[in-house]
Design a protein around this ligand. Structure first.
Ligand code: NAP
Length: 305
């Protein structure tokens, strides 16, 4: 029987691992995709304290992972399909059919990129449609690309792409960006960026590779074709709660409700990071949640077992 099983290997899960294992708990961390979560897609993190020059998402996660390994967290690279609660013994069912018994669970499964859902998106994924500028930006050196979305991710990644592409369109469905002011100002000053407001993507077009977008004006309904070589989609995220939604209370947007100790509605099950109903989703808040969740799990175990 494990003391704690952590589901998810982003900043929240990794920090929970560091705190739990350092606190002497027998800890297993399950990550079904790649360690690091969404932040590994970020070219530069410039608001995580302690790195005044900025640090890439990948490098930051490598540092988190070294600390996790140092404290002896056991790792599993299987996804989680279901969790069961039998009061003092909980079960975590993995994709390979294994069932792990544990005293507590910390859910830190984060969120995944939303899709446009328009014709051509799926067909051209990896052939000009991307959800990660850091991973795929180099394929578009001196080419023309579009970034879809008006939030922090869209603007940050569009700015990154200006280092590679010759032209970057930012296509946003409204006429006002959602991103914080400092990013808006930088994008407005960047001569490689051109904004196309009040437009949505109706179709991603191409032959073997993407060669254009069919855009629709949200005000007039008019359709126009925009020739581009690549499109980067940053239209928000959806919480990864498929495996808990019958057991754990969620808010109206599908994020897990917790109290300030990261306790969910089920005793001994905690949640941390972007999966949680929270006013701010950043690496620093995810890490903080992870630390609190591990500490709460430890106190729960001390009181119950
Ligand atoms: P977000 O803040 O939810 O923004 C999503 C953007 O996509 C919005 O502009 C939204 O338009 C647009 N959108 C949503 N659905 C769309 C659709 N179907 N078609 C076209 N456009 C659509 O998501 P995010 O930028 O990925 O950020 C997620 C969280 O991470 C946020 O809390 C953000 O602050 C945080 N983050 C922080 C940093 C940083 O601090 N450095 C960097 C990246 C992300 P509307 O504006 O019209 O809703």
């Amino acid at each position: 029987m494990h003391d704690v099983v952590i589901i998810g290997g982003g900043p929240a899960g990794l920090t929970a691992g560091i705190y739990a294992a350092r606190g002497g708990l027998k800890t297993l961390l399950c990550e079904g995709k790649i360690l690091g979560g969404q932040i590994v897609l970020s070219y530069e993190v410039e608001n995580y304290p302690g790195f005044p020059q900025g640090i890439s998402g990948m490098e930051l996660i490598e540092n988190f992972t070294k600390q996790v390994e140092k404290f002896g967290v056991e790792m599993s690279y299987e996804g989680v399909v279901k969790i069961d609660d039998d009061r003092e013994c909980k079960s975590v069912h993995l994709t390979n059919g294994t069932c792990i018994k544990t005293k507590t669970i910390i859910i830190a499964s984060g969120a995944s990129s939303n899709k446009l859902g328009c014709p051509g998106e799926k067909k051209f994924t990896g052939k000009g449609v991307s959800y990660c500028a850091t991973c795929d930006g180099a394929f578009f050196r001196n080419k023309t690309v579009a970034v879809i979305g008006g939030g922090d991710s869209a603007i940050e990644e569009a700015l990154y792409l200006t280092n590679l592409a010759k032209k970057v369109y930012i296509i946003h469905r409204r006429n006002q960006l959602r991103a914080i002011k400092i990013l808006q100002d930088r994008a407005e000053k960047n001569s490689k960026i051109e904004f196309i407001f009040n437009h949505i993507v109706k179709e991603v077009q191409g032959d073997k590779l993407v060669n254009g977008l069919m855009l629709k004006n949200t005000q007039t309904g008019e359709l126009t074709r925009l020739p581009i070589d690549g499109v980067f989609v940053y239209i928000g995220v959806t919480p990864n709660t498929m495996f808990v939604k019958d057991l754990i209370k969620l808010d109206e947007e599908g994020y897990i409700l917790t109290d300030e100790k990261m306790e969910t509605n089920v005793e001994g099950i905690f949640a941390a990071g972007d999966i949680r109903s929270t006013p701010l989703r950043q690496v620093i808040t995810a890490a903080s949640d992870g630390a609190i969740a591990a500490s709460s799990a430890q106190k729960y175990i001390e009181s119950k077992f």
